[in-house]
Design a protein around this ligand. Structure first.
Ligand code: NAP
Length: 268
């Protein structure tokens, strides 16, 4: 039997993870199987247990289960504890262990693929869900001049920001007049063709800013508006491939090259 992995989410049919991990496995000469499993929203733990019983040894976790996956794990990495969210499960080394590779995936995409250095920059994260929770610790560790988390439900942004010294949590209205070098859309608004209620991008985005949307494989209203404001934009395809590479290296002890897979993903 092949070593068996999966991505577990709801919905999950759209996930590119099975394709990405199959490409990594082929390039690295690793013999493995990577499935896609839709868990009922009230049965994440039971779904993981059934997968383990069927020989599953590792899994990625996606929306809406990352916080539940953190609670499911008996132990977790320092970065998963900082995020209080898990996107990578290791199931074959004793009790379930969790990690979070979203933050390192985003930072590698920004710094290595997009040439954007984070230290000393003004960074805005929109959203305070599982994705924002995963990346705020890694962004904070890069020593930006300013790190602000804004959310439709402002209390969630304040709670998240309060865990990281100097980080500010607020509503979108409170952003009026502020300017940022990097604005990251970590909301799921783009999936519904919607836009967080931002102040005008002409003032929110400093000259030379980068507008980044974690959603991938489609244009979002945020990216379209940012292009209209004349700034550089990126979708989340690079983050997706980089976080997958980190999960792959945790499971297999081999770091796959990401460039060829990212180029193929962008070609469609
Ligand atoms: P989540 O836990 O469900 O959180 C959703 C967030 O979006 C919340 O902050 C929510 O605000 C906000 N939101 C939803 N609709 C909105 C709207 N119309 N206007 C303003 N805010 C809105 O989801 P998640 O796990 O954080 O994922 C967020 C997105 O990131 C998804 O699209 C996901 O596909 C993407 N993602 C991409 C990668 C990658 O590798 N590229 C990795 C992780 C996630 P409230 O708190 O007010 O409800």
């Amino acid at each position: 039997m092949h070593d068996r992995y999966a991505v577990i989410g709801n919905p999950v049919a759209h996930s590119k993870s099975p394709w990405i991990h199959a490409e990594f496995a082929r390039a690295c000469g690793q013999d493995l199987q990577y499935l896609s499993i839709e868990a009922p929203v009230d049965a994440f733990g039971a779904t993981v247990e059934a997968f383990r019983a069927a020989g599953g040894i590792g899994a990625n976790v996606t929306l809406p289960f990352k916080q539940e996956a953190f609670r499911y794990c008996a132990a977790a990495s320092q970065r998963a504890r900082a995020a209080q969210a898990v996107n990578t499960l290791v199931l074959d080394r004793g009790a379930p262990w969790g990690d979070n590779t979203d933050g390192v995936g985003l930072v590698r995409d920004l710094e290595n693929n997009l040439g954007f250095a984070l230290p000393g920059r003004r960074v805005l994260v929109m959203g305070a869900g599982g994705a924002a929770q995963g990346v705020v610790p890694s962004l904070h560790a890069q020593d930006p001049e300013r790190l602000v988390v804004a959310n439709r439900t402002p209390d969630k942004a304040r709670t998240l920001a309060a865990r990281f010294e100097g980080t500010i949590g607020c509503s979108y209205a409170e952003l009026t007049g502020a300017a940022f070098d990097l604005v990251i859309n970590a909301t799921s608004a783009g999936l519904a063709g919607e836009l967080p209620p931002l102040p005008p991008l002409q003032t929110l985005l400093a000259p030379g800013a980068l507008a980044y949307d974690m959603v991938y494989g489609r244009d979002t209203p945020f990216l379209a508006l940012a292009r209209g404001a004349g700034v550089r934009t990126s979708d989340g395809a690079g983050m997706l491939v980089e976080q997958a590479a980190e999960s792959f290296s945790i499971w297999r002890g081999v770091r796959p090259d990401t460039q060829a897979v990212l180029a193929a993903l962008r070609r469609g």
